[in-house]
Design a protein around this ligand. Structure first.
Ligand SMILES: [Zn+2]
Length: 142
C-alpha cells in the first residue's frame, strides 16, 4: 500500500485516535491547527466508511472542535472533504478537514462563495423557479 496517510511518519504524528479513526495535522495548513480526521482503514470516500467508522470520526471531530477552541482560540470552523480529482481530492484515503477560524486569521480570508458561482455576475439570488426545477430534478433522481 502506497498511501501517504499510512506511513510511519503520519501515524507517529497522530494527535488523537480511537479504534477506527485518527487525526493528524495536514502538511499544507490553511491556518495553524488545520487537522485531518481519517478512518484507519484505507477507503477513498466517505461513502465507503461503515456506520461505526462514521461515529469514530465524529467522536474525534467533537474532541478536536473543543480542543481547537481552547488551544487556538477558534471562534468558528470549516469542515470539509474533497471527493475525486475534479473535487480537489489529493489523497485517495478519506479525510475530513477541520479548519479552526477566528477573527483576523489569514487563511482563505477572502473566501466568498459568490466567487465560485457557475454564472458569475451581479446576481443576488437564484430565481425561485430555477431552484424548484433543480429540486425536482434531484427528487426524481432519488
Ligand atoms: Zn490509505
Amino acid at each position: 500500500m502506497d498511501c501517504p496517510y499510512e506511513t510511519k511518519e503520519v501515524r507517529d504524528s497522530t494527535i488523537v485516535e480511537n479504534d477506527l479513526a485518527f487525526a493528524f495535522l495536514t502538511n499544507i495548513p490553511i491556518v495553524p491547527g488545520h487537522v485531518l480526521v481519517c478512518p484507519k482503514r484505507h477507503v477513498p470516500y466517505y461513502e465507503d466508511t461503515t456506520p461505526e467508522e462514521k461515529i469514530a470520526i465524529e467522536k474525534l471531530t467533537s474532541i478536536l472542535r473543543r480542543t481547537l477552541k481552547k488551544v487556538f482560540g477558534a471562534q468558528g470552523f470549516n469542515y470539509a472533504w474533497n471527493e475525486e480529482k475534479i473535487g480537489g481530492q489529493g489523497v485517495p484515503h478519506f479525510h475530513l478537514h477541520i479548519v479552526p477560524r477566528k477573527e483576523g486569521d489569514t487563511g482563505i480570508y477572502k473566501y466568498d462563495p459568490r466567487e465560485f458561482l457557475y454564472r458569475p455576475g451581479p446576481r443576488d439570488i437564484t430565481p425561485r423557479e430555477e431552484l424548484s426545477e433543480v429540486t425536482e430534478l434531484i427528487r426524481k433522481g432519488i
